[in-house]
Design a binder for this molecule. Structure first.
Ligand SMILES: [Zn+2]
Length: 214
C-alpha cells in the first residue's frame, strides 16, 4: 500500500475525502452543523475563500435533483453561500473553467442552429437534441482561443470573477478569447443531431484520427 503524500491536517487527499464524506453523512438535508475540519480546509485551501480570508462557521446540505446534494457554508456578514469542499482538494482546472465560459459564450449560436434544424441532420428521422461541432471540434476552437491568452490575462479573468454572485464564471463578450471563438463559428460546421447520431459522429471522427496516426 502506498503511503501517499499528506495534503491537509495529516490526511492524504483520499483519506481527507473519506473523512469529510463520513462526517457529512451523519447529517440530514437542511440540518445545520459545525465542522472544524471543513471550516479549516475551506479557509486555507478554497481558491476564493483562502485569498479573502473567509471562514464558514456552519454548513448544510441542500437537496438538488439529480445530484447527492449542494453544499452550503454560512459566512458571517454574507450569510449562506454554496461552497465546494471538493474544490479545496481537487482544485479547479483553469482550462476547464475557461472552456466552459467559452461554451456559454457561443450558446446562442448553438441554440439557433438547433432551432433552425428541428430534425436530426444526419439521419433525418427523429428530432434533433444536440448540436455537434463537426469541424473543427469545439475543443479545438476553445483551445486555440485559450492559447491566445497570456498568463496575466488569465489571472485577470479569474480575479474579475465575483464569487458571491449567483452567476457562473463568465468572460465578457469583448474578451479576446470570446472574440476568437465567435470568429471561428462563422465558418465552423455545425450539425443538429439526435443522441445516437451524435455518438456515431464522435466515434467516426475518433476512428479517422486513429487511422491517421497509424
Ligand atoms: Zn439522427
Amino acid at each position: 500500500m502506498s503511503k501517499g503524500i499528506t495534503y491537509f491536517s495529516g490526511f492524504t487527499k483520499e483519506k481527507l475525502k473519506r473523512a469529510i464524506r463520513e462526517e457529512i453523512k451523519q447529517y440530514d438535508l437542511e440540518q445545520e452543523f459545525e465542522s472544524r475540519l471543513i471550516s479549516d480546509l475551506i479557509t486555507e485551501r478554497h481558491y476564493y475563500c483562502s485569498r479573502k480570508e473567509l471562514r464558514p462557521l456552519r454548513f448544510k446540505k441542500k437537496f438538488r435533483p439529480g445530484a447527492a446534494y449542494d453544499f452550503y457554508g454560512f459566512f458571517p456578514e454574507h450569510g449562506w453561500h454554496q461552497v465546494s469542499w471538493m474544490q479545496c482538494i481537487n482544485p479547479r482546472d483553469e482550462n476547464d473553467w475557461l472552456k466552459r465560459a467559452l461554451r456559454d459564450a457561443i450558446e446562442h449560436i448553438v441554440s439557433s442552429h438547433k432551432a433552425a434544424h428541428p430534425t436530426c441532420e444526419k439521419c433525418g428521422l427523429v428530432p434533433s437534441e444536440h448540436v455537434d461541432h463537426v469541424a473543427p471540434e469545439f475543443d479545438v476552437i476553445a483551445s486555440k482561443a485559450i492559447r491566445l491568452l497570456t498568463a496575466c490575462e488569465i489571472n485577470e479573468a479569474f480575479s474579475n470573477f465575483d464569487w458571491w454572485s449567483k452567476e457562473p464564471f463568465m468572460l465578457p463578450n469583448t474578451h479576446r478569447a470570446v472574440q476568437s471563438v465567435l470568429e471561428d463559428h462563422k465558418t465552423a460546421k455545425l450539425q443538429a443531431v439526435c443522441k445516437p447520431c451524435h455518438t456515431a459522429s464522435a466515434r467516426e471522427r475518433r476512428n479517422i484520427q486513429l487511422g491517421e496516426k497509424e
